[in-house]
Design a protein around this ligand. Structure first.
Ligand code: FES
Length: 108
């Protein structure tokens, strides 16, 4: 058994050269919201869910992005209700939120 059941990584990368980056879409607020919801729902901690910051995940064109392991499901989200759905369905129950899955062709 792994130490955490699931990990979600949010790209918080900021670029100052005009190129697309997840920070332009307020990825920090989504990360903060996810972290607090996971805690409120009692999902945080060993055997549960870990919410982590990440640098560029190299899929910037779909930003803001997050990826959930061990399923390796990539998401692109718009607002806090999208994040709530990822928390309540995927992180809590292991159900992929298909409508938010990042198109596999989207890269940097
Ligand atoms: S800046 Fe977020 S994936 Fe590259």
């Amino acid at each position: 058994m792994s130490y955490f059941q699931r990990h979600i990584f949010f790209c918080l990368n900021q670029r100052d050269n005009g190129e697309a980056s997840c920070a332009q879409h307020d990825a920090q607020s989504a990360f903060d919201h996810c972290k607090s919801r996971v805690k409120q729902l009692g999902l945080a901690g060993p055997g549960g869910v870990r919410v982590n910051k990440a640098g560029c995940l190299d899929r910037c064109a779909g930003g803001p992005v997050a990826v959930v392991y061990p399923e390796a499901v990539w998401y692109s989200f718009v607002d806090k209700s999208d994040v709530d759905e990822i928390v309540e369905r995927h992180l809590a129950q292991g159900e992929v939120v298909e409508r938010l899955v990042l198109d596999p062709s989207i890269g940097r």
